[in-house]
Design a protein around this ligand. Structure first.
Ligand code: 1HN
Length: 354
C-alpha cells in the first residue's frame, strides 16, 4: 500500500541517484509523473471533505449575534459560511459546493449585484421577505426553493417584522475551477422591478408555456418552487407507489423545458421518509448537502452519527456510504453537483451493500 503517489514499479533505492535529474527538470518547470501518478488518479474518490453536521439550535444564536455586529449594508450579504471540517478556510461544504445561512432583518436590503455563479435559496424561517431576480420579485416562505440563475441581477429585502433566514447554496467553486467568474455591483441598492410578482410561475409553472416562449438558459424559467406544492407532490407520490429503498420518496426539482435538473450546476431534490422508514446504504460520487425541513431522525454517514432535527444541515461527501432513519415523518431538501457529473459522464452510485 503506497500513499505518496509513487508508482509501484519505481525502485525506491534508486531514487537518491535521480535527485540531480529531478532538480534539473524542476528548474525547467517540469516534474516526474511517477512521483504523483497514483495521487492524481486515485482508485476510488478520496475527498478531503468529511461527513459533517450543524445543529440549527446551535447555529441560530450566532446568526442573531451577527445581526448585532454587522448590517446587511456593510456586509453586502450577512452570511455565516459552513466550512467542511476537512477543508477549513476554503468556504467549501463539499469539494465543489458552498453552503451558508443568510439572515436579513426587517427593513434591510441586500443590495443588487450579479455574478456568473448560480445560487439557490432554501428558506429556513421567516416570512414576507422577497428576493428580486431579473426584474421580478418573489415572496419567500419556509421550505420554498428559490433560484438565482447565473448572471441575473438580484437583491433581497425583508418587509416583515421578524428575521428571515435561508440557506444559500452556490456553485462558485465549480465556476472558479474553470476560472470563469465575473461579478458586478448594481449602481443603486435595488434593481428595477419590470414584471409583476408571479410572472415566471404563470409563464412556465403549470406544464404550459406561451407559444412564443423564448428561453435559452439551461436554468429553469421558474424561480420559486413553493413548499406547499412540493409537499403535496411528495404526499401524493407516497400514496401511489412504494418508496425507493435508498432514497424514500424523493423527487427532483426539474426544468420543465428540458426535463433535466432545475439548475445545470446545482442538483436539487426533496425527500419524504415516512415515520419508521430506514434507507438501504447508498453512496454516490456527488457530495450532497442535506437540510431538514420536517421531522427527526438519525443519519449515519461513514463513521458519523447524525441525530437530526428541523433546519439542521448535514453533508455526505463523495463516496461516503450513508443511511437515514426516520423517527417521525421526515422531509429533507438536498443539493449536490450530480447534474454536472452526469453531463460529464462522471456520476457513479452504489446501492445497497454490493
Ligand atoms: C451571494 O451573492 C449571495 O446574493 C449569498 O444572496 C451568498 C455567497 C458567496 C458569494 C456570493 C446572495 C453568497 C453570495
Amino acid at each position: 500500500m503506497q500513499h505518496d503517489g509513487l508508482v509501484e514499479t519505481v525502485n525506491r533505492a534508486a531514487e537518491a541517484g535521480r535527485a540531480g535529474f529531478y532538480e534539473r527538470i524542476a528548474a525547467q518547470g517540469m516534474a516526474p509523473l511517477w512521483h504523483v501518478l497514483h495521487g492524481l488518479v486515485t482508485e476510488t474518490p478520496k475527498p478531503a471533505a468529511r461527513p459533517a453536521h450543524w445543529r440549527y439550535a446551535e447555529v441560530r444564536p450566532y446568526l442573531m449575534e451577527a445581526c448585532e455586529i454587522i448590517s446587511t449594508e456593510e456586509s453586502e450579504r450577512r452570511v455565516l459560511v459552513f466550512e467542511n471540517p476537512g477543508l477549513p478556510g476554503q468556504s467549501r461544504v463539499t469539494t465543489s459546493l458552498f453552503a451558508g445561512l443568510q439572515i436579513i432583518l426587517p427593513g434591510e436590503i441586500a443590495p443588487a449585484h450579479r455574478h456568473v455563479a448560480s445560487a439557490l435559496r432554501f428558506i429556513i424561517e421567516g416570512k414576507d421577505a422577497y428576493t428580486a431576480v431579473a426584474g421580478e420579485r418573489t415572496m419567500m416562505e419556509p421550505g420554498d426553493f428559490v433560484i438565482t440563475p447565473s448572471w441575473t441581477w438580484h437583491d433581497h429585502g425583508n418587509l416583515s417584522d421578524g428575521p428571515m433566514v435561508w440557506l444559500d447554496g452556490l456553485d462558485m467553486h465549480i465556476v472558479n475551477l474553470l476560472s470563469a467568474s465575473f461579478r458586478e455591483g448594481y449602481p443603486g441598492r435595488t434593481h428595477p422591478i419590470t414584471r409583476p410578482e408571479g410572472s415566471a410561475t404563470a409563464e412556465a409553472g403549470h406544464g404550459l408555456v406561451p407559444i412564443d416562449f423564448d428561453h435559452t438558459s439551461q436554468t429553469t424559467p421558474i424561480f420559486n418552487y413553493p413548499y406547499r406544492v412540493t409537499r403535496e407532490a411528495l404526499d401524493r407520490m407516497s400514496r401511489l407507489r412504494a418508496p425507493d429503498a435508498c432514497h424514500g420518496f424523493k423527487m427532483k426539482y426539474i426544468n420543465p423545458l428540458n426535463g433535466g435538473w432545475a439548475m445545470p450546476t446545482l442538483a436539487t431534490a426533496m425527500a419524504l421518509l415516512p415515520k419508521g422508514f430506514k434507507t438501504e446504504p447508498y453512496r454516490c460520487t456527488a457530495g450532497t448537502v442535506f437540510t431538514v425541513v420536517e421531522g427527526q431522525g438519525r443519519a449515519r454517514i461513514g463513521d458519523l452519527v447524525v441525530d437530526f432535527a428541523p433546519h439542521d444541515i448535514f453533508v455526505a461527501p463523495s463516496w461516503a456510504p450513508y443511511t437515514i432513519e426516520a423517527t417521525s415523518d421526515v422531509v429533507l431538501f438536498t443539493y449536490s453537483d450530480q447534474g454536472v457529473q452526469e453531463k460529464l459522464d462522471l456520476f457513479r452510485e452504489q446501492r445497497g451493500n454490493d
